[in-house]
Design a protein around this ligand. Structure first.
Ligand code: HEC
Length: 185
């Protein structure tokens, strides 16, 4: 049989390259000017807008428009509506992009308060009275995992529909689709 020989030869050719990629050079030096170890973002002290750009904009885009193609809802002019329905305040902290980000609790509270601003991303979707998030509140809410996100979100959207809030989340078209709850499925 010639097959085992061919396999052995092919492995002998491929393996060294594969291993060269897998094993880092222990003597590799830092690139010049890059010698200091990088600070984790939770200690880096960037401003809130910079934290947003680094941690969130990759999916949500710089201005919060989101991307329907990637199932990322529009926050711009909409996200404040979650504060008008029961469970929405907790939901905003528990979505994975928030709760599992590398930001610390104080940074997340600042980020939420920055997003949820009449003059900011949330814009006109904000309720009249807003109680800013605190570091302690974020710490408490963040710990509990969000199970079954699509259903939880659908329930919140449903509550909004009941309050006659326009579902302008970039995900569904309530006028043509009577069940916007299904938008993330
Ligand atoms: C990997 C892509 C991604 C990243 C990074 C990300 N998000 Fe998200 N975000 C999503 C998606 C997708 C949803 C819709 C719910 C879900 O599936 O998680 C969402 C939902 C949300 C929601 C709820 C809005 C809604 O309409 O459901 C908020 C608020 C939010 N994200 C904020 C943030 C913030 C703030 C950051 C940065 C700290 C962030 N996200 C990072 C993808 C992301």
């Amino acid at each position: 049989m010639r097959l085992p020989l061919i396999i052995a030869l092919a492995s002998a050719m491929v393996l060294p390259q594969a291993m060269a990629r897998a094993i880092p050079d222990p003597n590799q030096k830092h690139a010049p000017g890059n010698e200091a170890p990088q600070k984790p973002i939770s200690q880096a002290g960037y401003s809130t807008p910079v934290n947003y750009q680094l941690q969130c904009a990759g999916c949500h885009l710089s201005d919060g428009t989101g991307s329907k193609a990637n199932d990322t809802p529009k926050m711009k002019g909409f996200v404040g509506n979650f504060l008008k329905v029961e469970g929405g305040r907790e939901f905003l902290v528990r979505v994975p992009g928030m709760s599992q980000s590398a930001l610390n609790n104080a940074q997340l509270a600042d980020l939420l308060n920055w997003l949820l601003d009449k003059n900011g991303m949330a814009g006109a979707s904000m309720p009249e009275h807003y109680q800013p998030y605190t570091e302690e509140e974020v710490a408490r809410i963040r710990k509990a995992s969000l199970l079954n996100l699509p259903d939880v979100r659908a329930g919140l959207i449903h509550q909004m529909v009941e309050q006659s809030i326009e579902i302008d989340d970039g995900m569904a078209h309530p006028s043509s689709d009577p069940t916007p709850q299904g938008s993330l499925k």
